[in-house]
Design a protein around this ligand. Structure first.
Ligand SMILES: [Zn+2]
Ligand SMILES: [Zn+2]
Length: 121
C-alpha cells in the first residue's frame, strides 16, 4: 500500500467464504481456511475511482499459506453457485507470489513485475 499525496493505490481483500473443519488444500490438516477476493483500486480523496486486478485467494489457518484459487471457481462462489470443493485437493493450488519491490501480485508465469518492471527472484 502506498500513497501519492491525496490519491493512491490500495489492495482490498474481502472474505467470500470461511470453511471450517475441512481438509486444508495445502498441508492436508483438518482445519479452517478462507476464500478471499482481492482487488486493487485507485482512489482520490478516499473515493475508489478505478478497480482492477480482481482475483481469488485461499488463506489457510493451519499452515498460514496464501494460494491462488482458480478464477472461475472464485467467480462461481461469489455468484452463489454450488462449487466443486473436491477441486481444491491437496497440492493443486499455485503459491501466491508478490513482487519483492512493490508487492504487486504476480501471475505464476510472469518473469517481470508488470508494475515496476523488476525481475522476479
Ligand atoms: Zn494447512
Ligand atoms: Zn514490482
Amino acid at each position: 500500500m502506498f500513497f501519492i499525496g491525496i490519491f493512491g493505490i490500495q489492495a482490498k481483500q474481502e472474505v467470500v467464504e470461511s470453511r471450517q473443519g475441512e481438509i486444508c488444500p495445502v498441508c492436508g490438516s483438518l482445519d479452517r481456511y478462507e476464500i478471499l477476493k482481492e482487488y486493487q483500486y485507485f482512489h482520490i480523496f478516499f473515493l475508489p475511482v478505478w478497480r482492477w486486478g480482481e482475483r481469488y485467494l485461499v488463506r489457510t489457518r493451519c499452515c498460514q499459506q496464501v494460494r491462488i484459487l482458480p478464477h472461475e471457481f472464485g467467480k462461481a462462489l461469489v455468484r452463489g453457485e454450488a462449487a466443486d470443493w473436491s477441486q481444491l485437493s491437496q497440492g493443486v493450488l499455485d503459491p501466491l507470489v508478490r513482487c519483492a519491490h512493490c508487492s504487486t501480485l504476480l501471475e505464476p508465469e510472469y518473469r517481470y513485475c508488470p508494475r515496476c518492471g523488476s525481475e522476479r527472484d
